[in-house]
Design a protein around this ligand. Structure first.
Ligand code: AMP
Length: 390
């Protein structure tokens, strides 16, 4: 797939509507992970260096078309200013004259695009309104490129458009890792969103040599095999689909890896009393919250036998210790193999990035994608509307 970059257009004196992903996690007034903000800084700096005026368009949370004060982008303004080292002007109700009146060396941040239901509906009227605010459109939100929304897709048809630096970097890295990867390839798919990822798993089994299933999702596969998982997170109605995926993997020659031991506890609480048991030995009043050390050892052997690793989703409920242990240990193995030039490692998805940062190894991976859904859809080989429009 080809796309236009910043180098293909003249930006001097132009107002550049720049779609970014600054959907960062917050606790109170504090942004707890600034990765997404840090990653858009090069694009912003580059546009300004070329004489363009940056107007940031972004969503924040899921306000579902309504104004939700807690989801105002004003909350991230101080963090943006700190990361970019320049003034960020927050604009609740944007208009062209207002934007024209602001200086070129400041960054303009427009309120949450999803405060209007027209955004996700990709309403042409919203796309036209957004387009009227600037001269050129830069899409630097790879993570939102799988959705055809007014600020990602609709607008790209109305203005000269190009991919920002982060988008470019993402597209190049994913192409080299997934377009024609060095085999064997192992994919790790974990996390909680079982129903959304089961379909992806079905696709992946035809493309990778090893598929590691972790987190809450693995529980659904255990249930599908008639194993009782107590109070664990599991989508029981997905069991037939899980069985289909197992059959499909077998037919495609993809080896499926489920936990061989698990960490169970009565509650999802920091430092909760926990024990390591076989996957079929979760007590009825307890829940599986992580994979155990034998699983990590098995994964280490799989990683060592592979040349390419694609990772999305944690192996356990990693936000709370000690249920971060398997994710952290496996991430460190992957990072060490990558540093030793034995593995090309590509990881993506919001939670995955936090988990790898938590393990202190994110910078050792070959490439970290900030995208969740878009990363997964790319892994499925789907055309991303936001990229196609560029
Ligand atoms: P996802 O957004 O689908 O990648 O899911 C990430 C979330 O899955 C994280 O918040 C984890 O805490 C959660 N998770 C992973 N494993 C488990 C588990 N065994 N039980 C409950 N939650 C889990």
């Amino acid at each position: 797939m080809s796309w236009k970059s910043m180098d293909d257009l003249a930006l001097a004196g132009k107002t550049v509507l720049t779609r970014v992903d600054i959907n960062v996690p917050m606790e109170g007034d504090v942004v707890t992970d600034t990765t997404r903000i840090d990653k858009i800084c090069p694009t912003v700096a580059d546009i300004i260096a070329r004489g363009g005026k940056v107007v940031l368009l972004a969503h924040f949370g899921r306000p579902k078309g309504k104004v939700v004060p807690e989801m105002s982008l004003k909350r991230v303004q101080p963090t943006l200013e700190a990361a970019m080292g320049r003034k960020v002007v927050f604009v609740e109700r944007p208009s062209r004259p207002l934007i024209d009146g602001l200086p070129f060396d400041s960054v303009i941040l427009v309120e949450n695009t999803r405060f209007s239901a027209m955004e996700e509906a990709n309403d042409p009227a919203m796309a036209r309104f957004l387009a009227s605010l600037g001269d050129v459109f830069c899409n630097d939100a790879f993570s939102a490129a799988h959705r055809a929304h007014a600020s990602t897709e609709g607008i790209a048809h109305l203005l000269p458009s190009f991919a920002g630096r982060l988008m470019e970097e993402e597209l190049r890295a994913l192409e080299s890792a997934l377009g024609n990867p060095q085999r064997p390839v192992v994919a790790v798919v974990g996390g909680a969103k079982v129903s959304t990822k089961l379909e992806l798993l079905g696709n992946l089994v035809t493309k990778v040599d090893h598929l590691v299933i972790g987190g809450g999702m693995a529980n659904t596969f255990l249930v599908a095999q008639g194993i009782e998982v107590g109070k664990s997170l599991a989508e029981r109605d997905m069991a037939p689909l899980a069985l289909q995926i197992m059959a499909k993997a077998k037919a495609a020659g993809c080896t499926l890896h489920l936990p061989v031991d698990v960490v169970v506890a009565a509650a999802f609480q920091a430092g909760a009393d926990n024990s390591i048991v076989a996957p079929n030995a979760c007590p009825p009043d307890q829940m599986i919250l992580d994979a155990g050390p034998a699983t990590v050892a098995a994964l280490t052997a799989v990683f060592e036998s592979c040349k390419t690793l694609i990772w999305n989703g944690p192996l356990g409920a990693f936000e709370i210790a000690p249920f971060d242990a398997a994710t952290t240990a496996a991430a460190r193995v992957a990072a060490a193999l990558t540093k030793a030039h034995k593995l090309v490692s590509v990881a993506g998805g919001g939670d995955t990035v936090f988990a790898l940062n938590h393990a202190g190894v994110a910078s050792d991976f070959t490439f970290i994608s900030t995208a969740g859904g878009a990363f997964l859809e790319w892994m499925e080989g789907k055309v991303l509307p936001g990229v196609a429009a560029l």
